[in-house]
Design a protein around this ligand. Structure first.
Ligand code: ADP
Ligand code: MG
Length: 598
């Protein structure tokens, strides 16, 4: 088998590879690295996500550029800001022994002056999203007129996202005589057009289907209301008593919060994220490897190095921002020939992401119901029986047995078993006996779910009457753009050069995500969340009440009324001490999405 050494990489890069723990080059690396090192050629490489493409172009580029020069020599275009940051970080790791290397990320949604400042220090390699890159070129904040290498990473995705014109414009500022390396998971017509237009008889590499996910992993999703995520997580854990899992959250904060709650609720859980010290992380990983931690709650970045076999479940507490990350997540289970399950907890507004993921992993998801209390009790009861059956007897108890035997003299074996289980089990049973069904209703009407939790977010958007909108056309624009239903955008207030609108909180991530890098007529459209405080006050007593209650009336239905009643009972009712469900319903932690952006 090939080693990195045989590919022709220099010692300092090989040392970085050792530090990273890469042992053998992946197929795309084996094919691309020697070629790119030896020749000045254009290249088209087709390989699925997760096959190690970053290193396939990263190492040759690092070896070929002149570190002693501060001229920008390499430009990598990638579709999203997350990928852009990910590639930048990877390259920094690959080039950790390249003294004087400066890799700079250029992407929308962050300070342009800050990024310009970083460039001024002399970036040999720029990793950029097309929108921001074009912007910086037109402001003369960046010079790519002397680059030797241009990489189009995830070309199909970039074209999907409508970056063709931007890419064309950006490449027109680069010199003719450079090498262009295009990486893509698929080869739609648009990608071959790019290849034809911008490349000169490129070498072609195709890597067979790989890492579309392990064959041994099955994929399930659970549809719940936005406030029931945590309760659903607990039930999934309770329904799988011998679970050994990684639970993925999107942010460090959520990761910490979910782990803390789990620990508080009596689970063997731990958190793994970038805010912990290296020491803390090592400790957590050690406990996880020893299985003292059964549920490891982690961010994607922190979980990257996890190489633990035997993981039975991956739980996507929230879906990743980048759906391709899903492959990495689910790949944590089903290793070493074992089978594994990747579970996704979603709300209705995220359902379309499942379709997108299915395309990537080329496998179907099974929609499953969050187990109800009875099912969980049954599972737990059986698990207890097995545990007792398999337990080795501890002879330390022998001296006390005489007294105990005497006490239980008249109890039959059958009765004894029943009593024993009752002791162990009543606590669990009390937990679950009156809890509600967590599954979101399976209709088509996504508007209902949003209304249910009676929470909305108000947004500011920097377009208004000057841009030709009135409230109706604004509402239409937002609804179409965000693929929302008729009543999902409301309280639209169009001013001269800006506007306000509301959506239910569940749609908030979608709104923010959509407008991260969105342009209209060449201009960036920004959306921000406005203060919530005043609205909360108004909600009950203020001037907005009329509109609100009108809306409510439109949506009030029998089923919904039933649901609200049920909820009320739960909140005031006989709440058992350690109930998972009640916890997540009350208190200040019920709006995990809020302020996510900052
Ligand atoms: P792609 O761009 O094809 O989706 P990435 O370049 O993001 O894939 O790599 C996926 C993951 O695999 C990253 O975490 C990366 O660090 C890791 N990786 C890349 N090459 C190797 C290798 N040869 N051995 C082990 N891990 C690797
Ligand atoms: Mg990649």
């Amino acid at each position: 088998m090939n080693t990195f050494q045989q590919l022709g990489l220099e010692d300092h890069l090989l040392q970085a590879i050792i530090d990273l723990g890469f042992e053998t080059p992946s197929e795309v690396q084996q094919k691309a690295i020697p070629t790119l090192l030896l020749e000045e050629n254009d290249l088209v490489a087709l390989a699925q996500t997760g096959t190690g493409k970053t290193a396939a172009f990263g190492f040759p580029m690092l070896q070929k550029i002149d570190i002693n020069s501060r001229t920008t020599q390499g430009l990598i275009l990638s579709p999203t800001r997350e990928l852009c940051l990910q590639i930048t970080n990877e390259l920094k790791l690959y080039g950790k022994y390249c003294k004087g290397l400066n890799v700079t990320a250029i992407y929308g949604g962050a300070s342009i002056t800050e990024q310009a400042k970083n460039l001024k220090r002399g970036a040999q390699i720029i990793v950029a999203t097309p929108g921001r890159m074009k912007d910086m070129i037109s402001r003369r904040l960046v010079d790519i007129s002397k680059i030797d290498y241009a990489v189009l990473d995830e070309a199909d995705e970039m074209l999907n996202m409508g970056f063709f014109e931007d890419i064309k414009a950006i490449l027109s500022y680069t010199p003719q005589e450079k090498s262009t390396w295009l990486f893509s998971a698929t080869m739609p017509k648009e990608v071959s057009i790019i290849a034809k237009k911008f490349m000169l008889s490129p070498i072609e590499i195709t890597v067979g289907h790989k890492n579309t996910g392990s064959k041994n992993v099955s994929h399930e999703y659970y549809l719940v209301g936005s406030r029931d995520r945590y309760a659903a997580l607990k039930r999934l854990a309770d329904a799988n008593p011998s679970i050994f899992s990684v639970i993925f959250c999107r942010t460090k904060r959520d990761t910490q919060k979910v782990a803390e709650k789990l620990i508080e609720d009596g689970y063997n859980a731990g958190a793994l994220h970038g805010d912990l010290s290296q020491n803390q992380r090592d400790l957590v990983m050690k406990s996880f490897r020893n299985k003292q931690i059964q549920m490891l709650v982690a961010t994607d970045v922190a979980a990257r190095g996890i190489d633990v076999d035997d993981i039975t479940h991956v739980i996507n507490y929230q879906l990743p921002d980048e759906i391709e990350t899903y492959t990495h997540r689910s790949g944590r289970t089903g290793r070493a020939g074992k089978s594994g399950v990747s579970m996704v907890i979603i709300t209705k507004s995220e359902q379309r992401k499942i379709k997108a993921i299915e395309k990537i992993i080329q496998k179907s998801f099974v929609q499953k119901d969050v187990p109800d209390g009875i099912e969980i009790c049954e599972v737990q009861l059986k698990a207890l029986a097995h545990k007792i059956h398999d337990t080795e007897i501890n002879h330390e108890i022998d001296p006390y047995l005489e007294e105990i035997n005497l006490l239980l003299e008249d109890t039959s074996k059958e009765e004894l078993i029943k009593k024993f289980f009752s002791v162990e089990f009543t606590r669990f049973f009390n937990y679950y006996k009156d809890t509600k069904n967590l599954n979101a209703p399976k209709g088509n009407d996504s508007s209902l779910e949003g209304k249910q939790d009676d929470q909305s977010a108000r947004f500011f958007i920097n377009i208004g009457k000057k841009d030709g909108y009135d409230w109706m056309s604004m509402k239409d624009f937002l609804r179409d753009a965000l693929e929302l239903k008729q009543y999902d955008v409301f309280k639209v207030d169009v001013k001269d050069s800006f506007s306000f609108f509301n959506t239910e909180t569940v749609h908030m991530p979608k709104v923010l995500e959509f407008f991260t890098d969105f342009k209209q007529n060449g201009r960036y459209i920004n959306v921000e969340i406005t203060e919530k405080k005043e609205r909360r006050g108004n909600r009950r007593f203020g001037k907005q009440k009329g509109e609100r209650s009108r809306r409510k009336d439109e949506f009030r239905s029998e089923s919904r009324r039933g649901r609200r009643k049920e909820k009320r009972n739960e909140n005031t009712g006989r709440s058992p001490r350690r109930s998972p469900d009640f916890k997540s319903q009350g208190g200040g932690s019920s709006r995990p999405m809020r302020n996510r952006r900052k």
